[in-house]
Write a protein that binds this ligand. Structure first.
Ligand SMILES: Cc1cc2nc3c(=O)[nH]c(=O)nc-3n(C[C@H](O)[C@H](O)[C@H](O)COP(=O)(O)O)c2cc1C
Length: 174
């Protein structure tokens, strides 16, 4: 079995086509995200998003990005801030794998997007306090990353990867 094209062909563009994403398509992406596995089925991921057409809400999210990421994202079709719930709702203890589960959800979202011709560019470069203040993120939740979404019309930008033997070790660490 070969690796799925949906996985192999994904890459993160810096330039996007001047084309909107519909609310319906975004909903499908979030639905895919929500199907991810999570510890105790806690589903600790949350997403605050805006479409470019949304004006002030888009601007608010854009202002949560560090300067270096604001430059190339001014006209993307949609911006998302990803958030985790820091504690398990069931017992109040720290959810040490919340970011792991958020990553799974974004992984799902990413594969679903690839199947719909939509590209993602994720960002660690956010200003978390701006997100908390501007987006009304409550106590107990933590903004983690941002995602730019849009269509892409250029050539493939698939990047090099490590060889499997450099990160998957049979039996003992090598
Ligand atoms: C969690 C995460 C944080 C990232 N942060 C940034 C960022 O702040 N700015 C940026 O330009 N790219 C960022 N990237 C994009 C990576 O640089 C990119 O995914 C990586 O170089 C691999 O390229 P590919 O996604 O095209 O395969 C981030 C990616 C991930 C998954």
């Amino acid at each position: 079995m070969a690796v799925l094209d949906l996985i192999k062909d994904r890459f993160s563009p810096y330039e996007f086509a001047d084309k909107s994403i519909t609310q319906e398509d975004l909903n499908t992406l979030f639905e895919a995200a929500g199907k991810a596995a999570s510890a105790f089925n806690e589903q600790p991921w949350r997403f605050v998003y805006a479409l470019r057409e949304d004006g002030d809400s888009f601007k608010n999210i854009h202002e949560c990005l560090v300067e270096g990421n604001q430059g190339w994202t001014a006209n993307v079709a949609a911006l998302v801030i990803t958030v985790i719930s820091k504690k398990y709702a069931k017992n109040g203890s720290e959810n040490t794998v919340a970011k792991h589960d958020l990553g799974l959800a974004v992984g799902n979202l990413s594969v679903q997007a690839q199947s719909m011709g939509i590209h993602l560019h994720q960002m660690a470069g956010i200003i978390p306090q701006n997100a908390i203040d501007k987006l009304n993120i409550p106590e107990g939740f933590e903004p983690v990353t941002a995602i730019a979404l849009g269509y892409y019309e250029g050539d493939s930008g698939v990047k090099e990867r490590k060889a499997v033997e450099d990160f998957a070790f049979k039996g003992i660490w090598k």
